[in-house]
Write a protein that binds this ligand. Structure first.
Ligand code: NAP
Length: 308
């Protein structure tokens, strides 16, 4: 029997039924529960809300599956020597595509002018077309690439940037350190879908904002560390950035005194851009155990050197 230890008691009630179902359907013979003697454990599920902080006693474990796509809270754990796998699953991907598309369309169509209208005002102007709007996506991984393709499908001119250059149908892609400026300088709306690593910290700082188009809109469903908060406030002040829609922050929940809360050109969503869905995530975990047992590479294997 393969032993899977589920190391997040808060999430367990949501996962118990779908995970038991997915493991049973896999036919692999996996026992799952929130308790097991460490030396008997073959695979571990963990999360930032999980209780396992010392992975050393799990000497037999072949992998640690993180329930979140972002792994910055766990990559620094020196006791974790087993392969670390981040969450890659369709529910997480679809949720992010919907959040990104919705917020891009809000700004593209200028919906606020109608939603915020308080007096009768027949404010006619022909709506713009997506083909005339450039959306830049920083990070073309699981979530960035899917968001880029969805926006391109709606007709937007989509350009994207990643560490290694990608080939995505309908999307203009740039790679490596020199690619960032090409995307920043051409985009009307910039979406951040990079991971939090030392090399992505303050990707949008004061010099980066100054290289962007005047009146650019910034959407950050990635991580708070990608933006220098003071530089963003400065860029909002001058109108260099017209609006920022932020889902993630350096400190969460965002402290009540933070200037973002009261800023008229900042929209805050409380880290809801996307969530791991127990049904589809359970199937992803079962698939990764199947891969582990047959010697195949795990889907979402983290490169510990790169930090994501
Ligand atoms: P991923 O598949 O690992 O993709 C990350 C992308 O960022 C890749 O394209 C990668 O380039 C690129 N990248 C990394 N470091 C870079 C650098 N220094 N310069 C340029 N590009 C760099 O991750 P994902 O699954 O798409 O998730 C992205 C992030 O979204 C997660 O790390 C997490 O922080 C965030 N997230 C947020 C929510 C939410 O609810 N707000 C939910 C889920 C995830 P390569 O392709 O060349 O490797």
């Amino acid at each position: 029997m393969i032993q899977l230890l589920f190391g997040d008691r808060k999430a367990w009630p949501d996962y118990e039924a779908p995970l038991t179902r997915a493991l049973s359907a896999s036919g692999l013979g996996v026992a799952v529960g929130t308790e097991a003697a460490p030396e008997t454990v073959d695979y571990i599920v963990t999360s930032p809300d999980g209780w396992i902080t010392d992975f050393a006693p799990y000497c037999r474990a072949k992998a640690v599956f993180n329930l979140w796509a972002g792994v910055e809270e766990i990559t620094g754990n020196s006791t974790l020597t087993q392969p670390l796998v981040r969450m890659v699953e369709p529910g997480l991907r679809e949720g992010m595509v919907e959040w990104v598309t919705g917020h891009v369309l809000r700004h593209h169509l200028g919906l606020d002018r109608y939603i915020k209208r308080t007096v009768p005002h027949w404010d006619y102007a022909a709506p713009p077309l997506a083909r005339n709007r450039t959306v830049g996506i920083l990070g073309l991984g699981e979530l960035g690439a899917a968001s880029a393709q969805a926006l391109a499908g709606l007709g937007f001119h989509v350009i994207g940037w990643s560490r290694t250059k990608k080939d995505i149908s309908g999307v203009e892609t740039h790679g490596g350190p020199t690619g960032l400026d090409a995307v920043l300088g051409a985009s009307d709306i910039v979406v951040l879908l990079l991971p939090a690593t030392p090399s992505t910290e303050n990707t949008l700082d004061a010099p980066a904002f100054s290289r962007m188009r005047k009146g650019v809109v910034v959407l950050n469903p990635g991580r708070g560390t990608l933006i220098d908060d003071d530089a963003l406030l400065g860029a909002l002040e001058t109108g260099q950035v017209a609006h920022a829609t932020l889902d993630v922050f350096r400190e969460e929940p965002l402290p009540p005194a933070h200037p973002f809360w009261a800023h008229p050109h900042v929209t805050i969503t409380p880290h809801v851009a996307s969530a791991t869905r127990p049904g589809t995530a359970s199937e992803a975990i079962a698939e990764n155990i199947r891969r582990g047992e047959s010697g195949q590479a795990f889907l979402g294997l983290v490169d510990r050197g790169a930090g994501y």
